[in-house]
Design a protein around this ligand. Structure first.
Ligand code: BG6
Length: 485
């Protein structure tokens, strides 16, 4: 009973949110570098041209680029079995289509992976975590143009060949399903319309023009790019375990009215399941396709050859992020609430965090059981979960983050129940084991870590690292394989 003996306990990061060194050693700009910070009420601004003297949180982030040895040592002290991070595509191909990969970029990740392996930490590597090279966005509108499929596959092959003996677990695209909604047009598929690209002024990210036809086409190109990468990866090392990554949000009907039930069914399909079905089963769900057609999307971009590629390039494992659940209702006056990638309707049974996300550990159990039934035989991995909160540093440097411990504890308990009820869960990698830049709001103020980093939204801070109370707690959780919470 309980978690298996090889269960992968650890944590998850993304290059653009932790590394900094945004132009160091030959790195090019990525789409993440073009965003200013905001906060819970102020949206992040997208800057088609970098503004002088403005503070871009990803440019230095927490400077993992120069602190990786110290940070990985801290993760090892907590007993990590695994660390998820991403390779920043623009470190390897600064312009996306460079003739040769950038050796200094490749070397940096060799160093990071070697450091992990030194402590027996298994790397889980995302190839694209909202880090499309900016040049690809400028020239090809991200994944809208088919050419970007080839650029991605070349980048993936370069990484697979270089790290084939160091990395076994790979993820192609982070939260690929974000692009089923307007929110994913920029971070997810790197698509910016010409008029926005030419703007001299920063634009609130939420105001970027969305063209659903182009966004769905770009998402389809990511599916094809992912499938081709899976095929190539397995040729390079048949032992590779390559996963999809879905932002999974359970959508509950607000009431038992059949209208609410139907809306919830459709939302779960379009947001959660459409992408997983393509990547795990190699097929587009016919009900989802019919809905898109009805909305006026011309699906002729799904060619016969692409369909075959999707079938041949199914993933080996299903990874997902889980932070919260949402309600949905046919009633337009139901109370709205914020959330990760997508807000929804307020659930009267759930508490919300300071950023308005509804805490729902049982929703994680619901998700795990649903996925195990939908994709029987496919191993599951939680590669993001956690509480973004304000932390208070005491005079002696301590941070008493019992709220974070409570949140994680409830989610681990829910996972344990799911495992005991037959779910093939192989790992738990909570988000931001060390404080990093928030993706949604671009803040340092919203913190997830077991390790506090002295870095702030006004650009101040000395980058020093301090253990929070949750550090020792998580260490005990790992030591006891999830028995002592
Ligand atoms: C996920 C992303 O959606 O949520 C991460 O994959 C992100 O990049 C995480 O950081 C938490 O969201 P936020 O907005 O609190 O950083």
């Amino acid at each position: 009973m309980g978690f298996g003996k090889d269960f992968l306990w650890g944590g998850a990061l993304a290059a653009n949110q932790c590394e900094g060194a945004y132009l160091e050693d030959g790195k090019g700009l990525s789409i993440a570098d073009m965003m200013l910070g905001g906060n819970v009420d102020t949206p992040r601004m997208f800057c088609p041209q970098l503004q002088k003297d403005a503070f871009y949180p990803s440019h230095d982030a927490i400077d993992f680029y120069h602190h990786y040895k110290e940070d990985i040592k801290l993760f090892a002290d907590m007993g990590f079995k695994s660390l998820r991070t991403s390779i920043n595509w623009a470190r390897i191909f600064p312009n996306g289509d460079d003739k040769q990969p950038n050796e200094a970029g490749l070397q940096f990740y060799d160093n990071v992976f070697d450091e992990c392996l030194k402590y027996g930490i298994e790397p889980v590597i995302t190839l694209c975590h909202y880090e499309i090279p900016w040049e690809i966005t400028k020239r090809y509108q991200g994944f809208y143009e088919r050419k970007t499929i080839d650029l991605f596959v070349r980048y993936a092959k370069t990484c697979f060949e270089r790290y084939k003996d160091k990395v076994k677990y790979w993820i192609t695209f982070n939260e690929i399903n974000g692009a089923t909604m307007p929110v994913g047009r920029y971070n997810g598929v790197g698509l910016v319309e010409k008029e926005d690209l030419e703007s001299k002024e920063p634009i609130p990210k939420s105001k970027l023009k969305d063209v659903p036809q182009k966004r769905w086409q770009a998402l389809h190109h990511e599916f094809v790019a992912s499938a081709k990468a899976v095929i190539e990866g397995h040729k390079i090392n048949p032992e590779f375990k390559i996963g999809c990554m879905i932002c999974h949000i359970p959508w509950y009907p607000l009431t038992p009215s059949p209208e609410d039930e139907l809306i919830a069914q459709e939302k779960n399909l379009m947001f959660n399941d459409l992408c997983g079905d393509v990547q795990v089963k190699g097929i587009y769900n016919p009900i989802a396709l019919a809905k898109l057609k009805k909305e006026g999307i011309d699906l002729s971009f799904i060619t016969k050859e692409d369909k075959q590629t999707l079938k041949n390039g199914c993933v080996d494992l299903y990874t997902f992020s889980y932070y919260m659940s949402n309600c949905i209702s046919a009633n337009p006056n139901a109370t709205k609430i914020k959330g990760n990638l997508s807000g929804g309707i307020k659930n009267p049974y759930l508490e919300v965090t300071d950023w308005g996300w509804q805490t729902d550990p049982l929703g994680l159990k619901w998700t795990l059981k649903k996925l195990a039934s939908r994709y029987p035989g496919t191993p599951l991995m939680v590669v993001e979960n956690g509480l973004g909160a304000k932390d208070i540093v005491e005079a002696d440097g301590s941070v008493h983050d019992d709220y974070r411990i409570e949140y994680l504890k409830m989610h681990i308990e829910a996972m344990k129940e799911a495992v005991e009820e037959g779910v093939p869960l192989i790992g738990y990698l909570p988000w931001g084991p060390i404080d990093i830049v928030s993706m949604g709001t671009g803040e340092f103020y919203k913190r997830y870590g077991f390790i506090y980093v002295d870095r702030h939204d006004d650009g101040s801070g000395n980058f020093s690292r301090h253990k929070k109370d949750s550090f020792e707690w998580y260490k005990t959780v790992i030591e006891s394989n999830g028995e002592i919470l």
